[in-house]
Write a protein that binds this ligand. Structure first.
Ligand code: NAD
Length: 541
């Protein structure tokens, strides 16, 4: 046992490599992409540190080329969920008793492995399985995941260092215990970094975890697990199970030791899980912590004092990067009539140059959407616009799933500010614009605030400082991440802690101390150096 009080190295955001023509990183990630694409991997579950293979092999196909098979995952069932809980329970005591510096060392090493030898592997896997171009993969599966791991180690230390006051003759201490049971991490398809963060954040705080990723992200989830094992994560601390959500949920939510849910995904699924948990409170030893980040209907609001080119650029990047499949993606824009012609002209000029296709071709800005279900849903919204008199498509609108699930970046012009594509999360490359009369700015603020049930991200573009200040105040509950003169996507760990209110989630801010606090159940310890030996108080004399 060492007597030093060690501190985690100060975290710094991982530099984003640019993969420009001729760069060494471009060549090496291309080679790794080709290698992975030409192989057929057999991807196991990981339970209690063992690789688990089953008879049920499910093929994994890149969304941009769905006839190609890059691997199979081994599908599990309820029995694997039960085994995962047993493994998590077995691993709990020694993991919780491990010093936090040793736990941090594992996650910091994992960050270094992703920054170095695993960077190409995790980026190429994300390009292949989630159809991200190299830049989108780099900012997600490399940089954001590295940042989560490094910053969370730092935040963990800040939490542990937060100690109560003591008075004379006593010493008060706060012991940051893990939760009394296991944590269930349920992760979405769209960010490899989120898939990595949801199980590791509770694990860092001494919890053991059952992790269920989205089927369409399993290929890159398995790389995260490989990295964690290589970094020295003990057996059973994180158990990765590929089975249907409701089947795993049925085992997890009926277990007395279920102590927390760390969820990111759609709003309806989260509401259903919360209701299930609420209906089973008598089953549990403790009140489970519920953390969920869910959908969005994120806005760009331009004031008449805005720079039109900055607005159109934010619309294109904010709405169409990663095919609009970011929870933060701009999907409704409010533009003053005075600026519309100019913004429309810039949109037209830029959208003409946007290329769509496989991430293999680095000149493609747009790639495929995640799967056929998503494709059909997005196409359904586009068809709805085509048949409506309240809205029209002014750019894009073509959908083709013959080779991959490709949907053109689509801009809809809505006459009715309550048109369905102004309200509902589409989760695809569809941006709806409503043009407002600049004299009715207060009315438009009201629309922004009340049109959708979500409150995740939003942006105001203006040069007028009074307007910026007023809008920021008036829209204080409309977004958990609010941007001034910037697109509403691309939150960076440690800089813009992420999460929304209303139907968008519990707003526990991934990538911040606030999130890590949810995974600890503090115990206060008071020690008296001078224990009383007479029950009588002086006033009684
Ligand atoms: P999804 O809700 O379809 O799936 C999320 C996860 O829940 C998957 O692992 C899925 O298998 C699982 N699941 C589904 N039904 C379940 C059940 N009954 N029991 C247990 N698990 C179940 O979401 P998705 O399509 O993977 O991701 C897209 C959604 O995630 C969008 O709505 C997006 O806005 C949201 N999202 C939000 C944030 C955020 O930070 N707010 C970040 C990323 C994605």
């Amino acid at each position: 046992m060492s007597n030093g009080i060690f501190t985690v190295p100060a975290p710094v955001n991982e530099p984003v490599l640019d993969y420009s023509v001729g760069s060494s990183e471009r060549e090496s990630v291309k080679l790794e992409f080709e290698k992975q694409k030409s192989e057929v991997s057999d991807i196991p579950m990981y339970i209690g540190g063992e690789e688990v293979f089953t008879e049920e092999k499910v093929s994994i196909n890149p969304p941009f080329e769905h006839a190609t098979i890059i691997g199979h995952y081994n599908k599990g069932n309820a029995s694997h969920a039960t085994k995962a809980i047993e493994a998590a329970t077995k691993a709990k005591k020694s993991w919780a008793n491990m010093s936090h510096t040793d736990r941090a060392a594992i996650f910091l090493r994992a960050a270094d492995l992703i920054s170095g030898p695993y960077r190409d592997k995790i980026n190429a896997a994300t390009m292949l399985c989630q159809s991200k171009n190299i830049y989108q993969a780099e900012i997600d599966s490399a940089c954001e995941l590295i940042d989560f791991l490094r910053f969370n180690c730092h935040f963990m230390e800040l939490i542990y260092a937060d100690q109560p006051l003591s008075s004379s003759e006593t010493w008060n201490r706060m012991d940051y215990r893990p939760l009394d049971g296991f944590v269930f991490a349920v992760t979405p398809f769209n960010f490899t970094a989120i898939a990595g963060n949801l199980p590791t954040a509770p694990a860092m705080m001494g919890n053991t975890v059952i992790w269920k990723p989205a089927d369409s992200q399993i290929y890159s989830a398995a790389v995260i697990m490989e990295v964690l094992i290589e970094a020295g994560l003990p057996k059973g601390v994180i158990n990765l199970v590929y089975a249907d959500g409701p089947e795993v949920g049925d085992i997890v939510f009926n277990h007395a030791d279920f102590a927390g849910l760390h969820f990111t995904g759609s709003t309806q699924v989260f509401k259903d899980l919360w209701k299930t948990i609420g209906s089973k409170l008598d089953v549990y030893k403790s009140y489970p912590r519920i953390v969920g980040e869910t959908g969005g209907k994120d806005f760009i609001l331009a004031h008449q004092s805005a720079d039109p080119k900055a607005v159109s650029t934010a619309m294109i990047r904010g709405a169409f990067e990663f095919q609009g499949q970011k929870c933060s993606a701009a999907s409704r824009a409010y533009i003053p009539a005075t600026l519309w012609d100019e913004i429309n002209k810039y949109l037209a000029e830029d959208l003409k140059t946007v290329k769509m296709g496989s991430p293999e071709d680095f000149s493609n800005f747009i790639n495929a959407v995640i799967d056929e279900r998503a494709f059909d849903k997005i196409e359904g919204y586009i068809e709805m616009v085509k048949s409506s008199t309240d809205a029209e498509i002014i750019f894009g609108g073509k959908c083709d799933k013959s080779i991959g699930y490709f949907i053109e970046p689509t801009v809809v012009l809505a006459k009715d500010p309550q048109f369905v594509t102004m309200k509902e999360e589409i989760f695809g490359p569809v941006l709806t614009v409503y043009i407002y009369d600049e004299k009715e700015y207060d009315k438009v603020l009201q629309l922004v605030d009340t049109t959708s049930s979500y409150a995740l991200t939003g942006a105001i573009f203006a040069k007028d400082r009074e307007v910026i200040s007023y809008t920021t105040r008036e829209l204080s509950q409309a977004a958990g991440n609010f941007y001034v003169n910037d697109k509403p996507t691309g939150a960076v760990v440690g800089q813009q802690p992420f999460g929304g209110g209303r139907a968008s989630g519990t707003n526990d801010k991934a990538g911040s101390m606030m999130n890590l606090l949810r995974w600890t159940s503090p115990r206060n310890i008071k020690e008296n150096f001078n224990s009383p030996i007479d029950y009588r108080y002086p006033f009684m004399g």
